[in-house]
Design a protein around this ligand. Structure first.
Ligand code: GLU
Ligand code: MG
Length: 467
């Protein structure tokens, strides 16, 4: 379990007791430096690195970094809000030792996610990891709920030697095809070895639909650890691929046309060790609370899109009939509904039943995405919101009256539309707090301005290697 305690100047007590031994251990394993990782509002993984010998100082006093990154755009220009984006100020990055991992794909390096606090020791309201820790702590305190989560990761493998930022698939062959598996055999085996060494539990890895595309599913964790893991998984895939002369893209749309890269969230609510998505009186074994949780997520989904699909390139992926889930609908194992109810196989349902949220991509900051989806679901539980009727098949084929009867609505088709929905959503605004909500709005509008006048192919190219 992730510790939900905020860092404090002088260090968290538990950390101080173990850091010297940990540092000696890392040094003995040949670890020379530690990557301190966080994800900015735009969804870009940013880092600072320190020599291993500085770890004790980092967990005691943090490492300095400007708060300006909260309003960085994906291409490094900067927008401003009332309180963010100025060149003034400094924050302290505190690594989470529970998540510290020796990187098998980057010999000599270890990795840890960070929380950011102010120099005075207060929570930084722009820190997305702190935000998710708070949402999870509040859910435990107010609702007695815990969650299990996982982020699916899809990516496209290209040749590092391709000219001018172009995407040249590194493998051939059909979707889900054995040809691809064979062609990427060595790299994938190294990847599995790296994950095993890093203690990342892999459920499955397979060739996906689009050219050069693969997907990995990993085991569930508490939401903060699951978000950390999704960052670590991508860092590992990128590093191992680079050692094979390959370049990977987690961008929502590597090319303007066709199926994109998703970052579906899997989430289940638990109370006292019981999964609320199984063994209940509701549909497919859901408890009344699980149904209301789904209803809450569905109700906020158009606004959530500004968080879960945050890039102009996200809207090249969010198209009907491409398994990206672009309609406000739910269904059992329905891959065209935004919410897919996964019941699990007979005999495992109490463990495996969960909710899959599909209109999420890997440009999304996973801490913001999980925190906002949970806040939306909790709003459904608080309000006792009833869940609409389920759908089957592809809602793109529904007649308008059929769609209206089931509350099936197309999600925003552009980033500005999503921002409009987001701005009107008080629940998400309250959950994020004004500083983070303003940052989300400013960054999305900034990205929108960046792509003004660009055609789809240029938008895809602009974000192809950013995420
Ligand atoms: N690639 C699809 C997406 O963009 C998902 C395919 C799948 O269901 O795994 O979400
Ligand atoms: Mg997939």
């Amino acid at each position: 379990m992730t510790t939900l305690a905020d860092p404090v100047p002088g260090g968290r007590p538990g950390d101080l007791r173990r850091v010297a031994e940990l540092t000696a251990n890392l040094a003995a394993r040949g670890v020379r430096g530690i990557v301190l990782a966080y994800v900015d509002t735009a969804g870009v993984s940013r880092v600072k690195t320190i020599p291993t010998a500085r770890l004790e100082s980092a967990v005691t006093w943090g490492i300095g970094m400007s708060p300006v990154f909260d309003t960085f755009l994906a291409h490094d220009s900067i927008v401003t809000t009332d309180v963010l984006g100025s060149p003034d100020g400094d924050l302290r990055l505190y690594p989470d030792l529970d998540q510290l991992t020796v990187l098998a794909g980057q010999p000599g390096w270890a990795w840890a996610p960070v929380d950011r606090i102010t120099q005075e020791g207060a929570r930084h309201p722009g820190c997305s990891r702190t935000f998710l820790r708070r949402i999870v702590a509040d859910a435990a305190a107010r609702h007695g709920l815990a969650f299990k989560a996982a982020v699916e990761v899809e990516w496209a493998v290209g040749l590092a030697s391709a000219p001018d930022g172009e995407f040249v698939p590194a493998v051939t062959g059909p979707a889900y095809g054995a040809v691809r598996q064979v062609e990427l055999s060595d790299c994938t085996a190294d990847l599995l070895a790296a994950f095993a060494a890093q203690g990342v539990e892999v459920d499955q890895i397979h060739p996906e639909y689009a050219a050069g595309q693969f997907e990995i599913s990993v085991g569930t964790l508490d939401p903060v650890a699951a978000a950390d893991r999704s960052v670590l998984v991508r860092q590992t895939i990128r590093a191992v691929a680079a050692r094979h002369g390959l370049r990977v893209s987690f961008a929502p749309a590597v090319l303007a046309e066709g199926v994109g890269n998703g970052g579906h969230l899997h989430l289940s609510c638990w109370r006292g060790g019981a999964n609320l998505h199984a063994g209940g009186e509701g549909r497919y074994g859901m408890t009344a609370e699980a149904e209301s949780f789904l209803a809450g997520v569905l109700a906020h989904l158009p606004a959530l899109t500004a968080v879960t699909a945050p890039s102009p390139a996200s809207y090249l992926r969010l198209k009907p009939s491409q398994w990206a889930g672009v309609f406000t609908a739910w269904g059992r194992e329905t891959r065209e509904a935004a919410l897919r109810v996964v019941t699990g196989t007979a005999g495992r349902q109490d463990q495996d039943a969960n909710l899959e949220v599909k209109p999420v991509d890997l440009a999304a900051n996973p801490y913001l995405a999980l925190g906002c989806v949970i806040a939306a679901g909790l709003d459904g539980i608080t309000a006792g919101r009833p869940l609409s009727g389920e759908i089957t098949g592809d809602p793109a084929r529904y007649e308008p009256d059929e769609a209206a009867a089931l509350g099936v609505r197309r999600l925003p088709e552009s980033l500005p539309q999503a921002v409009e929905e987001f701005r009107a959503d008080q629940v998400l605004w309250d959950a994020l707090g004004p500083v983070l909500a303003d940052a989300v709005t400013a960054v999305r509008l900034g990205e929108t301005a960046v792509v003004e006048g660009l055609d789809d192919a240029r938008v895809a190219a602009a974000y192809r290697w950013t995420y």
